[in-house]
Design a protein around this ligand. Sequence first.
Ligand code: B12
Length: 492
Amino acid sequence: MISDKIVIIYAQDYLPDNAAPSYPPEDLNIPLGILYLGSHLNSIGRRVKLMDTRIHKKGDFFKALQDELDDCLLAGFSVTTPCVKNALEISDFIKKLKPSVKTVWGGVHASLYPDATASSGLVDYVIVKEGELPLSELAKYLLGNKKEITGIPNLVFKIDGSIKRNTVQDNGRLGFIGVADYALLDMEKYVEKIIAPNRRRRQVEVLTARGCPYRCAFCVNTILYDRKWRSEPPDLTLEKLDRLIGDYKIDHVFFMDEDFFCNRNRTKSLIADIGKRKITWEANCRADYIKDDYLDDNLLDSLKKSGCVKLRFGLESGSQRVLDLLKKDITVEDSLNMAKRLSRYGIVPAASFMMGLPDETAGDVIKTTDLISRLSAVNPDIMISGPAIFRPYPGSELFRRCEEKGLVAPKTLDEWSDFYMHNNFDEYHNGVPWFDDVYIFKRVWLCLAHLRIGAGNKLFRWLARLIVRFHLATKLKFVESEYLLHKFIKNI
Ligand code: B12
């Protein structure tokens, strides 16, 4: 058997061993990175297999992988920082079982730390940034159809124990132009979404563009992609939608672009055509787009008519000081206006928030909880997600700020695999040094516990906010005992 197959693995969490038979798991997003890599390889005639840990129990995944290794040339790993641990474990499995299979790591973490990644004995090659073209060139080289390894763009590799870096070809932010080949995935595991008891819909995630020109301090874009934004031709998007509707009976699409509304004219023409497809849809948006000189009343009306039912916003904080620190380039007023305006069109805003950021004070956190209640008052349909406790992910300006405040970043891949960042501060790598006062962190944690308890009921919500205010306004040490009590209750 010729070993020419390329297996590409999205190495996130596995299904829990006790996962209910109500398989597939709910709410899984399409692994877009490996989908695009696989689509490109497939389009040039390579044999490719995409594997996603999230749709297997751990034991089942390794069994399935073992079967794929027989005729495998190259195993690719898509790695963000939280995935390092699993990607290492799977690479180790492959190297022990079939050492002739070469391993290549790509994705955000590998792109940020190519040398540390390539230094691992379990990683043969690293490809930085967008991987479509470099990966196909690497396969060509390994099959003996390309002479010079130095000619493969974006490749990092080892020769005689030292690391060599090829030229990085910055191809902007749209590596693969072509209709993504969703048939490479086991689509039934992704499309069925339970949106309410007894209500299901068939949803798929679609990219129409990549990148984002904004400069958020928590995002990796400013470092890896120069804030470039590139869209695919509208005809391609429409062809993709038609195939998805035809092949998988899709009735709802989530445009997962980082900045779907980046170009107003593109938006206008695209939504007119989406409207003819008789599907509902949602997309990521910015609060400052919902205004007279951008997504104005006419355009919002067209959005609604074209099937838009939800827009997602990262509102992050109710404190202007924190929004400015985050370089979010929106105002608290933008958030309120957005919520008010969308209520007129019946488009549900889904807003996410963070707390626990470096340099954030108790006062800032109070402002966030206040904004959440003001938003719910102006738009009772608003969906609030979080506030999530901030986790510093490498590659962002905010990570560097955490380092300035004492966070020690790992150096090797093994160290990174232990750097898994949890929601509970005492499970963090080395504490939460970016907090000036560790009790603020515990209070933030308690705020979340209270806000969650209070989420479903108006009176509870009011009480929860009162308790939050109390916690943030006092410096009493009993915060410690309540924190332990909540953890205890959570654990049972
Ligand atoms: C959409 C998105 C999601 C979606 C879906 C992701 C998915 N299923 O693909 C959802 C909401 C599920 C999600 C979840 C999370 N995300 Co996210 N997400 C993004 C976002 C906005 C876009 C990613 C995307 O789809 N791009 C389009 C595809 C086509 O590109 P791509 O995935 O980057 O893949 C290309 C290259 O990276 C490369 N490549 C990728 N894999 C491989 C593998 C090989 C072998 C090769 C050669 C190349 C290669 O080639 C690909 C094609 O060009 C990015 C921001 C960004 N700018 O990247 C954050 C981002 C990736 N997410 C991030 C994080 C932290 C998370 C979460 C941990 C959040 C959380 N707290 O739970 C989770 C867990 C994700 C995980 N796997 O670990 C961080 C990662 C930071 C880091 N240092 O690792 C990012 C960078 C945002 C940030 N903070 O800057 N995310």
